[in-house]
Design a protein around this ligand. Structure first.
Ligand code: FEO
Ligand code: CA
Ligand code: CA
Ligand code: CA
Length: 609
């Protein structure tokens, strides 16, 4: 039983109650501002946003659509004086029916398609902090500001670059890809770059139904590349999105992208040594000898948790040599997939979420090596019957072969900078236990899992490179009144309800923050903080809620500021520009715009102290 009344340091705020208000609701005593919206100009020459006069050219210089992952990096040389930082944002996807008046989904125009190409990708934008508040504002035309879109150049690096699977007519050497797609979550490296996971790339490729080669068809199916025309019909405007014309183009997406936001002339890299799947977060930590280890989820029902262990040590300092060396760290090392084993008898895991007799969903596990990459793009496979190129390009199939554990939609994964424990958000799995599908196991203990869980993983001897680990479920999400929920043993009458944990982040005090996507408890999505240590461990408190239809993304918690990406506000079945389901952020009569929001404490104190 927790002593005293005070929540953990960093979490001392009045929790926001579940609600369906069409706004960002923050705790009493907190303030907020919209930092940047879809369409705001960031590059030189870009016009102000005009919903009725959109163009691809304008969008290419403006902040993109559907901001997901956020990173805030220090701005060397300028930060002391101005409180400036570099904001990097993912633009996961476009929602044409909410972007264009009278959008005809069957017949998009070339201009609409090209606007969507320019609204995808990444943004780099310098932001300036107000002295007395936590408000942030963009600095347009800063020399570091940058847009990367569906038509920007990316290099493929590591073992699968140049392989037969990634060569196309436009790129016969298999080294240069145009664009990055569906960037979901990501990570910030200790060497000052950002990582961006390419998630649901399958939806952009058309005519998988015309593929006759059974091997190719099976591979496409395993990645969800199915059906005839694509939803956005891009194949009508660029052949590379048509599988009958360019069968290898989908193999050039589904990677982790590394971007150097400090070098506006650099070409971002797709790091093939980290495998190809529906990538979510990619948050590195370092081994004691300085090698990065990157934890990664593949967000699909019954897909896997991965990690990459580099064989190269990070160079310290900011010399040109160090920066160039560090841009090779993610090209050499071993890719692993996780197998979780429960320690309770299988008969005690009945699929309802009832705790087993030992009082915990927990057990051990191992990291199964899939392939190792060496200098110069050489690699060896550890999977029988698959070449190294096949393991890297068809990583899901490698996971299938080695018997990895089928999880409930592994989303963001983040190691605690304080304790080294690793937190895995498992969003939900509506198919668990259905006929022909895997049933409950100790790590995924509920059939038809609507609310998800957060798994806590402890590497053997707390070494990130270990191949064995222990694990336990930290949270089993849902309404605390539902007996099939668990909050690390904390009294359930003192916690906020939570559903569909999605992104995870740590605050400077070591508390875990969790954002949600798809709340199934009748409230809008939100952001929550929870202590992971001490007597308040498991005391989950809701910090904010989202406008209608929005998913909470990109949470970042600094001492004085919480930053969130409000992704797809107004995305409700049947909604359109003409029939909006949300009036956020600019009020009735204005087009709905995904945007980044900063929240701070009105009295100037740190968050939650
Ligand atoms: Fe883009 Fe898995 O959420
Ligand atoms: Ca157990
Ligand atoms: Ca997400
Ligand atoms: Ca999600």
């Amino acid at each position: 039983k927790p002593k005293g009344k005070k929540a953990a340091r960093g979490l001392r705020f009045t929790p926001v109650a579940p609600n369906t208000a069409d706004k960002v609701t923050v705790p009493d005593g907190y303030r907020q501002n919209v930092v940047i919206r879809w369409g705001e100009p960031i590059l030189r020459g870009a016009p102000a946003f005009d919903a009725d006069k959109q163009s691809a050219k304008a969008q290419a210089g403006q902040f993109g659509y559907n901001n997901d992952f956020l990173s805030l990096l220090p701005l060397r040389g300028e930060s002391e004086e101005h409180g400036r930082q570099v904001l990097v944002a993912n633009h996961e996807y476009t929602d044409e029916v909410l972007m264009f008046k009278g959008y005809d989904a069957k017949n998009p125009t070339r201009e609409q398609v090209e606007i969507a190409w320019a609204a995808h990708g990444l943004s780099v934008v310098v932001v300036d902090g107000e002295r007395k508040t936590g408000a942030l504002r963009p600095v347009p035309r800063h020399r570091l500001n940058r847009r990367l879109t569906t038509t920007s150049k990316f290099h493929l690096t590591g073992p699968a670059a140049r392989s037969e699977f990634v060569r196309t007519k436009a790129d016969p050497r298999g080294t240069t890809v145009l664009g990055t797609l569906n960037n979901c979550s990501g990570g910030t490296t200790p060497w000052g770059t950002t990582l961006h996971g390419e998630e649901n790339f399958n939806q952009y490729f058309a005519h998988a139904d015309k593929v006759t080669d059974p091997t190719q068809a099976a591979r496409l199916k395993r990645y969800g590349v199915v059906g005839g025309e694509s939803e956005r019909k891009w194949e009508r405007f660029d052949d590379r999105f048509d599988l009958t014309k360019e069968p290898n183009e989908p193999h050039r997406f589904g990677w982790v992208v590394e971007l150097d936001p400090y070098d506006p002339d650099s070409t971002p890299r797709k790091r093939t040594a980290l495998g190809r799947f529906k990538h979510e977060g990619a948050q590195p930590r370092l081994t004691r000898d300085g090698r990065p280890v990157v934890y990664m989820g593949d967000d699909e029902r019954f897909d896997y948790v991965y990690k990459f262990v580099s064989s190269k040590r990070m160079a310290k300092g900011d010399s040109r040599w160090a920066r160039e060396h560090n841009l090779t760290l993610l090209d050499e090392g071993t890719l692993y997939v996780a197998k979780f084993t429960g320690d309770s008898p299988a008969a005690e895991i009945d699929g309802t979420g009832k705790l087993p007799a030992d009082g915990e969903f927990d057990g051990g596990g191992q990291w199964i090596p899939l392939a190792t990459a060496y200098a110069g793009g050489k690699a060896v496979s550890h999977v029988e019957g698959m070449t190294a190129d096949e393991v890297y390009v068809f990583t899901r199939l490698a996971g299938d072969k080695v018997g990895a554990t089928k999880m409930d939609r592994p989303e963001d994964i983040e190691p605690s900078p304080r304790t080294g424990k690793v937190y895995v958000a498992l969003t939900n799995n509506s198919d668990r236990g259905k006929p022909g599908k895997a049933g409950a196991d100790e790590a995924n203990p509920r059939n038809l899992n609507k609310h998800g869980q957060v798994l806590e993983l402890t590497e053997s001897r707390n070494r990130p490179e270990s191949t064995r680990f222990a694990w336990n479920l930290f949270l089993v999400a849902g309404d605390p009144n539902d007996p099939a929920t668990y909050f690390a043993g904390f009294p359930k009458d003192k916690v906020s309800p939570i559903s569909c944990p999605d992104n995870v982040a740590f605050d400077p005090h070591g508390n875990l923050w969790i954002s949600t996507d798809g709340n199934q408890l009748g409230s809008h999505d939100g952001l929550f903080g929870v202590a992971t240590k001490g007597e308040r461990r498991g005391e989950l408190k809701q910090f904010l809620t989202m406008p209608a239809g929005a998913e909470t993304c990109g949470p970042l918690v600094q001492e004085r500021r919480v930053l969130v990406a409000v992704q797809h506000p107004g995305e409700v079945d049947g909604a359109s520009v003409e029939k909006p389901a949300s009036a956020w952020p600019d009020g009735p009569g204005k087009i709905v715009r995904p945007a980044v929001v900063s929240v701070w404490r009105a009295n100037g104190d740190d968050i939650g102290v």
